[in-house]
Design a binder for this molecule. Structure first.
Ligand code: ZN
Length: 405
């Protein structure tokens, strides 16, 4: 019987670390450039272009405009398509309206690309491929949901992502979220002379909130329902013809969010019925909760050990939501975080945006790329370990399906 030559996994990881150290200046320059030119929504061509250019300069194959999304892309090591398992590294690069890069996406994209390049340099001794998934419009657009639906993730067996935070976390559970826009159309009238001729859309908006507030008592403690009235008339002496309500719902599981969203729709429908206004409902993307796979989490924890970062004591429940949750429902996924700020600022604030362009952030960039690369190499070097992770993911999915059935 022929014995296979044993792969020296430790030396492959150290080779990747040396690649990342050599990429440092280029990576930091890209993250800085993305930070200085924040783009929002689906229109992020500058950031996507910087990242795809970076991948191509270092020999990776880049498919642009995947999933029919102009600013989505998929990078991979050329010539290895369909060979062995695929590890997906998730890149994000959209900013927040008015706040700029206050969610560390300037770093998330650069980290995934840097780790992908480093892993591609050592793939010669491994079976499989590394993919850098360029995922547009995370902040509300659900770019990954489209990429999943349109098959971009079909090549991947497992997925890893980094996110900025103010502490180290590996695989914290988060919650599912969705929302909807309710547009009420009434009938304008003179509020003094002929109010009986009007249909008041602003009343419908307020009654929607009244309905939601009555609903709050009868939901589980994990549930969050929060909203705003975007429009509710133009002048106090005109019966408001149009009102727009934005409402969001969150819960531990996406099945619960789906059911809950339907009940919020009913509040709006009831409000329309009470006032006589007509109602149009536009649903947002559904962001699934993150499914935590302990055996995959352990791979990242070992990579933390390798770069000298202390393991977190715990990974508390997060009440934020992300479309990487949808990836975690499809394949085993882990998100880990490193601090980018020591003043305790949190994402989606101006202080955090400032921190994402600071020395601690760029230190985190290099360390996170190393943790990601080492984890990807580990997964590609040990097919049995990867198979066990996939089996655990399948078991967790089946257990959840039984719970919600
Ligand atoms: Zn965010």
């Amino acid at each position: 019987m022929q014995t296979e030559p044993k792969i020296d996994v430790a030396s492959l990881k150290h080779h990747a670390f040396a690649e990342i150290d050599a990429l440092r200046d280029e990576a930091v320059a890209i993250a800085k450039e993305i930070h200085a030119n924040p783009e929002v929504g689906w229109e992020t061509p500058h950031a996507a272009g910087l990242l795809t250019g970076y991948l191509e300069r270092h020999g990776m194959l880049v498919e642009k405009g995947v999933a029919d999304l102009e600013c989505a892309f998929r990078g991979s090591a050329p010539g290895r398509e369909g060979q062995g398992p695929g590890v997906a590294l998730l890149a994000e690069y959209d900013a927040l309206p008015g706040l700029g890069h206050a969610c560390s996406h300037n770093l998330i994209g650069t980290i995934a690309a840097t780790a992908g390049i480093a892993v591609s340099k050592v793939l010669g001794q491994l079976e499989g491929n590394v993919y850098v998934m360029g995922c547009p419009f995370e902040e509300g657009g659900g770019g990954k949901v489209f990429m999943i639906e349109r098959g971009v993730f079909d090549v991947a067996d497992v997925s890893i992502m980094w996110h900025g935070n103010n502490e180290v976390r590996v695989g914290s559970p988060n919650i599912a979220a969705s929302g909807a826009t309710y547009t009420f159309t009434g009938k304008p009238a003179h509020s003094g002379q002929a109010p009986h001729l009007g249909v008041n859309a602003a009343d419908a908006a307020m009654l929607t909130f009244a309905g939601v507030n009555a609903l709050r008592q009868h939901v589980t403690p994990d549930v969050r329902i929060h909203g705003i009235i975007e429009e509710a008339g133009t002048a106090a002496n005109i019966v408001p013809e149009r009102a727009v309500v934005r409402m969001m719902t969150r819960a531990y599981s996406y099945e619960d969010v789906q059911a809950l969203r339907e009940r919020v729709h009913d509040c709006a429908r009831g409000a329309a019925l009470m006032t006589g206004a007509t109602l149009e409902i536009e649903e947002d993307m559904l962001y699934a909760e993150r499914l935590i796979v302990p055996s995959l989490r352990e791979v990242v924890l070992e990579s933390l050990d390798l770069v000298g970062i202390e393991r977190p004591d715990s990974d508390p429940q997060s009440f934020a939501s992300a479309d990487s949750g949808n990836v975690s429902q499809l394949i085993p996924h882990v998100t880990f975080t490193l601090p980018v700020d020591d003043r305790g600022s949190v994402p989606h604030t101006a202080a955090f945006a400032e921190a994402c362009d600071g020395p601690m952030a760029y230190e985190a960039l290099v360390t996170a790329a190393k943790i990601m690369a080492a984890s990807a190499i580990e997964l590609l070097a040990d097919p049995e370990r990867l198979a066990a992770i996939k089996a655990e993911h399948a078991r967790l999915k089946a257990a959840k399906a039984q719970r919600v059935a």
